[in-house]
Design a binder for this molecule. Structure first.
Ligand code: HAM
Length: 418
């Protein structure tokens, strides 16, 4: 039996690529307009980086990481997300010395051993952005504005931006105690994970995939914010209103990663649910310090590329078509076409040809299928006369083209500058 791809892992086929390329190009242009620079970090890191940053009692770290020992006996993990690696690089290369606000973006594959289903893969791509150095709420607003603008430029509508605040170290302790009191009575009915996390990290209980619907009346962090966190959140809300960015406050929004503080958000399709989240992120003011750097606030987001692409109108995105198809008839014409095709391709003209040199009928069929705008027909007679026939595939109009100066003539007839 032929070997197949691993379950939950997807090939991105040529027909899918125009949407991917459009998304990547749109994101790059937009992020660079907003002053972000690209960073590429490794696909694998020491396991400890993810354990320490994402949190040891999260589903990602407990159940979903691809972790192995390499040949030196080192514990290595395929990155389940991008933030940890970017922050590690930020600290390792002292990028904080460059400017007060360091703005980075990245794209690439991430790996999580989740149950595969539509929109949930074990290798998936993220495009993410991180802004490190300033904790002013206007940075949060700018990140959200950039994310909103990205989806506008991609033509994706019908998404809801949900925002919440998870407080900070000053107010979370008291909330944790209130939450524990609330959870205490439910404890015997909760799953094993929840019972364990109740002791180690009770906020995680609210993110349980098994028991999630049991906490509809739980106390929420938003009602327990300290004054600075409250003011921060109100400023974010007011800023979003001022910029005309629609959003909903969802006090029950919990994130699957432990590093968040204050503003958190998700961009969801329809009602919230695991596979409906297209992009997500938030502030992480303690993370840089947690992994050994100087105290530095940060905020970021990542969007799931497969999920975003599935929402794009791919009908408007077509694979690039050749400008010209060369139909060479007979061995002399085929031999003549070889350097011509090369010269045209080298000068930036997208050319296709039939290397097998079949009959005129079969070559015209191929020309049609290729979607080329024009076909250049070179037969024995045309070779002798040094004048080929250029056919407009739409209007069917045919005009002569001199073969002695074919590249320049074709450029001008096809209206290609350069
Ligand atoms: P996350 O919510 O775990 O956050 O993932 C961000 C996005 O990646 C999700 O909203 C979803 O679109 C996509 N995604 C996650 N898991 C899968 C999967 N198994 N298959 C397909 N798509 C998936 C983070 O990763 C944070 N690092 C975001 C962030 C950046 N926060 C601050 N900065």
């Amino acid at each position: 039996m032929a070997i197949q791809a691993i379950k939950g892992v997807k090939d991105i086929l040529p027909a899918d690529m125009p949407a991917w390329i459009f998304l990547e190009k749109t994101a790059r242009e937009l992020f660079e307009d907003f002053g972000f620079s690209e960073i590429r970090v490794p696909v694998f890191e020491y396991t400890e980086l993810f354990a320490r940053s994402i949190g040891t009692s999260t589903d990602i770290v407990e159940k979903e990481m691809y972790t192995f020992e390499d040949r030196d006996g080192k514990k290595i993990t395929l990155r389940p997300e991008g933030t940890a690696g970017v922050v590690r690089a930020f600290v390792e290369h002292k990028l904080y010395a460059d400017s007060q606000l360091v703005k980075l973006y990245y794209l690439g594959p991430m790996f999580r051993h989740e149950r595969p289903q539509k929109g949930r893969y074990r290798q998936f791509y993220q495009i993410g952005a991180e802004a490190l150095g300033i904790d002013h709420p206007h940075v949060d607003i700018e990140m959200l504005a950039m994310l909103y603008e990205l989806f506008t430029r991609l033509g994706i509508t019908g998404l809801t931006l949900q925002v919440n605040s998870l407080g900070d170290n000053a107010c979370r302790g008291a909330y944790r105690a209130t939450l524990k009191k609330y959870l205490e009575a439910k404890l015997p009915t909760l799953c094993g994970d929840c019972q364990r996390r109740y002791e180690t990290n009770p906020l995680r209980v609210l993110d349980c995939k098994v028991d999630a619907d049991k906490f509809g009346d739980s106390p929420v962090m938003l009602d327990h914010l300290c004054n600075p966190c409250k003011t921060h959140f109100e400023t974010v809300e007011n800023g979003l209103k001022k910029l005309g960015i629609p959003f909903e406050v969802n006090p029950r929004l919990v994130r699957g990663l432990d590093y968040y503080t204050r503003t958190t958000f998700e961009l969801v399709m329809g009602h919230p649910g695991a596979q409906n989240t297209v992009a997500a992120g938030g502030r992480y003011d303690g993370l840089v310090q947690d992994i050994g750097g100087p105290a530095t606030p940060g905020i970021g987001f990542a969007l799931g590329v497969e999920r975003a692409v599935s929402l794009m109108d791919s009908a408007t995105l077509q694979a690039p078509r050749p400008a010209l198809f060369i139909a060479a008839l007979g061995s002399d014409a085929v031999a003549f076409a070889l350097p011509l095709v090369y010269a045209l391709k080298s000068s930036g003209i997208r050319v296709d040809t039939d290397y097998a040199g079949g009959s005129l009928k079969s070559q015209m069929k191929k020309a049609d299928k290729s979607g080329a705008g024009h076909t250049l027909i070179i037969g024995e007679q045309e070779l002798k006369a040094q004048s080929a026939v250029l056919r407009n595939m739409q209007t069917k109009e045919q005009i002569p083209v001199s073969l002695s100066n074919a590249v320049e003539e074709l450029k001008s007839k096809l209206n290609i500058r350069g």
